[in-house]
Design a protein around this ligand. Structure first.
Ligand code: ADP
Length: 144
C-alpha cells in the first residue's frame, strides 16, 4: 500500500513544544511527516536548523527534516506529500490557516489537515519564545 506522507511546513523560529505536539499527533495519522523549515533566503539565528532538529527528533519514527526556500506546495510535490499538516491555536490562526489551505488546494489540489492545539500549549508561540529569550529569560521549557 502506498505510504501516506504529509508535509509539515513552518518558520520554526524556533521549533517549540507546540510544534512538537502537532508533529507527534501527525505521526499517528501519516506514515511519514516531512518537517520543512522555511528559510526564504534570510539568515536568522533563532530559527532551528535542519541538522539541530534532526538530532532532537531522532527518537521519532517516520520524521524527515529539510530546509526549503521556495513555495510550500513545490516542496510537497518534491517529496511526494499528499497532505499539508498545520496547527491551529485560535480563531486568528484559523483565519490565516484557512486562507493558506485554500490557496494551496487551489494551486495543487493538496489538502491541509489542521490539528487544534492542545489547550495547555495554545499560548506557546515562536514569537513568545523569541521575546522571552531577548530579555534573558530561560526558554528551555518551551523549545525542543
Ligand atoms: P508559520 O511562520 O508558517 O506560521 P510557525 O513556525 O509559526 O509557521 O508554525 C507552524 C505551524 O505550527 C502553524 O500551523 C502554526 O499555527 C502551528 N503552531 C505553532 N505553535 C503551535 C502551538 N503551540 N500549538 C499548535 N500549533 C502550533
Amino acid at each position: 500500500m502506498e505510504k501516506r506522507v504529509a508535509l509539515y511546513p513552518g518558520s520554526f523560529n524556533p521549533f517549540t513544544i507546540g510544534h512538537l505536539s502537532i508533529l507527534e499527533r501527525g505521526l499517528r495519522l501519516f506514515d511519514k511527516v516531512v518537517v520543512v523549515i522555511g528559510c526564504n533566503g534570510a539568515k536568522d539565528s533563532s530559527r532551528t536548523s535542519a541538522d539541530e532538529l534532526r538530532s532532537k527528533l531522532a527518537h521519532l519514527t517516520g520524521v524527515e527534516v529539510m530546509e526549503w526556500d521556495g513555495l510550500t506546495v513545490d516542496a510537497a510535490t518534491k517529496v511526494g506529500a499528499g497532505w499539508l499538516l498545520r496547527g491551529v491555536r485560535s480563531v486568528a490562526d484559523y483565519e490565516y490557516e484557512r486562507n493558506l489551505a485554500d490557496i494551496n488546494r487551489e494551486l495543487t489540489g493538496i489538502d491541509t489537515v489542521l490539528l487544534t492545539a492542545e489547550p495547555r500549549l495554545a499560548m506557546v508561540s515562536s514569537s513568545m519564545v523569541r521575546e522571552l529569550r531577548h530579555f534573558g529569560h530561560d526558554v528551555s521549557d518551551y523549545i525542543v
